[in-house]
Design a protein around this ligand. Structure first.
Ligand code: BG6
Length: 583
């Protein structure tokens, strides 16, 4: 009983905790234990009948199956045999994910469950659909007329779904080692978001109207052959985190409790999918998710086709950026439209800017957690947010060839292939860069503030830098900049180690997370004075020369910080005027 209350207290998302309501709810909790067999379920039925009489629930019963999928069939059977179908009121069953472990088991489960129960009594849950930001995808698409004409292959270049988690398997190794990220996150949560974002407009907001369109969309996703899986899907597994002294501070996946030390289970995956329908033919859909990554954030990035560049010929503008619509699902919740604007001044220069909507600023209402939204919807008999059997099967059909290919080709010594706290395996970048695109990394001010250079920086500066940064990676041993080359970028090390090497090939210094390099050439307008090589796998943020100069001009305090760093690190005297004069 106390556990229930403690849990409510720590996980509630209301602005204020309502003591009286909590009390009232807790008083209605009753526990009854038993095995999954007809006898114990008959006893449960008697108990439920007694409680019904006491509380006047009119015979309504909601069952919640939060167990391993292999118990769902026997549970449905035992409930039926015990006579739970009889009597007044409604009976509804919430079935937790994973709904099966592959296409065949999902089909078998549907048959088992529907033997005694009707489809409209079954509520297959996916808590992502209870998130306001996910529900808003439909509201946003179908209540704002200006986007619909653009929502197709003529205007959209690509769509990225990104679910980054910082947490590892959190002691759930026993479950996770038989699951992996494809089953745990992609086949359900991410495919649900994909369906919402790409489906056709439903005839109404009725549950079946929406679910018909979602199912149709998932049925249009191309089912890959093994050769296509090899090209369009990459997997990863995290390795340990070492401290400065080289000791293991946090274990790699294979060292986690209840995980096979030779496990091939993927804790990261990136996919390129194609939707074979009129609207989306040819538009690549990239999905990426993993555990133990550098940040926790879920976002969807719709990148539109670029405007033609030729009218900017002869101006300072080299290249145009595409417009992007970013749906921030969590933890930051909002929507952002990215575009370019002219920098005030006599010449034509462009700067990336954005229009932002943030839930926190726009709405006063308390947030609800995904699960409470779902349970409430089920008590009202609203199945909109729950998956129908055909939808679940359509999602497994897309995932199945990938699962088959991966189990036929287990990885051995290639895993682990990314370290904890990084952006994932380099192969994920290769997957998208092959198409001449890159993952759009959403950088938030707190990520930037982790770097000493930006600690305590004012929001306007952080925002300018965020809009200008481009992520890139380097493999161990890769040369990032070469001595005597023209200086065109400054690099910030998000993670990894890089060595500064002099003309004679001697390592002068090793740089770590949070350090930066490449700024001297930009500051002094000289060629590179040293070579920099990645010692380990490195994740960088890059600031191009023109953006760098513009930010310096607009933020004198940043110029001052850089000047100090340059004076201390390289013993070179740089004046602020020099830094801030246009390049
Ligand atoms: C669950 C997965 O369904 O979703 C977990 O089993 C994952 O592995 C979790 O961490 C993520 O949910 P959320 O709401 O924190 O994004």
């Amino acid at each position: 009983m106390m556990g229930g209350e403690g849990g409510l207290r720590s996980f509630h998302t209301r602005k204020e905790f309502d003591e009286a309501r909590c009390e009232n709810l807790i008083r209605r909790f009753h526990f009854h234990t038993g095995d999954i067999n007809v006898d114990s379920f008959r006893k449960l039925r008697e108990r439920v009948a007694a409680l019904d009489e006491k509380f006047g629930a009119q015979g309504n019963v909601l069952f919640y199956f939060a167990m391993a999928p292999r118990f769902f069939g026997p549970l449905c059977n035992a409930l039926y045999e015990a006579g739970f179908q009889e009597g007044p009121g409604w009976r509804r069953i919430i079935v937790e994910k994973p709904f099966g472990t592959d296409l065949e088991s999902a089909r078998a489960l549907n048959v088992d469950i529907l033997k005694h129960w009707h489809e409209n009594q079954i509520y297959r849950i996916d808590h992502y659909l209870g998130k306001e930001t996910v529900q808003n995808l439909l509201a946003f698409r179908f209540s704002n007329g200006m986007f619909e004409p653009l929502w197709n292959r003529s205007h959209v270049d690509n769509i990225q779904f990104n679910v980054c988690e910082m947490v590892d398997v959190q002691g759930r190794g026993g479950y996770y080692d038989h699951s992996g990220v494809l089953r745990d996150m992609i086949q359900n949560h991410m495919f649900q978001m994909l369906a919402y974002l790409c489906m056709e407009p439903p005839a109404s907001f009725e549950a079946d109207s929406i679910r018909n369109e979602k199912a149709k969309l998932l049925q249009s996703v191309r089912i890959y052959t093994p050769d296509e899986v090899a090209i369009n899907a990459v997997r990863g597994q995290y390795g340990p985190h070492h401290n400065g002294g080289g000791e293991v501070e946090k274990p790699g996946y294979r060292q986690e409790k209840d995980v096979d030390p030779k496990s091939s289970t993927e804790t990261f995956a990136a996919l390129k999918l194609l939707i074979d329908n009129w609207r989306w033919q040819g538009v690549p859909i990239y999905l990426r998710s993993g555990k133990a990554l550098w940040k926790r954030s879920t976002e969807i990035v719709v990148t539109f086709k670029k405007a033609p560049e030729q009218i900017f010929r002869g101006t300072a503008v080299d290249e145009l950026e595409p417009n992007r619509l970013v749906f921030h699902i969590q933890p930051y919740q909002g929507i952002e439209l990215k575009f370019q604007a002219k920098v005030p001044g006599p010449t034509v220069e462009l700067q990336n800017v954005d229009m932002k909507f943030s839930y926190g600023d726009a709405f006063k209402a308390s947030r609800y957690t995904g699960y409470e939204v779902m349970v409430y919807a089920c008590t009202r008999g609203d199945a909109t947010l729950f998956s129908r059997g055909d939808l679940v099967e359509a999602a497994w059909k897309v995932a199945q060839p990938i699962l088959d290919y991966w189990s036929a080709n287990p990885v051995g010594s290639e895993f682990p292939n990314y370290m904890r706290g990084t952006w994932g395996p380099p192969t994920a970048s290769d997957l998208i860069e092959r198409d001449g695109r890159s993952w759009f990394e959403v950088v938030t001010p707190d990520v930037l503030e982790r770097l000493p250079l930006f600690k305590g920086a004012e929001p306007l500066l952080l925002n300018s830098v965020i809009m200008a940064l481009r992520p890139t990676t380097a493999a161990p041993g890769e040369t990032v900049i070469s001595i005597d080359d023209a200086a065109n970028q400054m690099y910030l090390i998000a993670r990894g180690e890089a060595q500064i090497i002099d003309r004679a090939g001697k390592v002068m210094e090793t740089l770590h997370d949070g350090d930066f390099f490449g700024e001297v050439g930009l500051l002094l307008c000289t060629a590179r004075t040293a070579t920099v090589r990645a010692k380990t796998q490195c994740d960088f943020f890059v600031l191009e020369k023109d953006e760098f100069s513009r930010i310096l001009r607009e933020h004198p305090q940043f110029a001052e910080t850089l000047r100090k760093f340059a004076n201390e690190r390289y013993d070179i005297a740089v004046s602020c005027e020099e830094l801030m004069s246009p390049s």
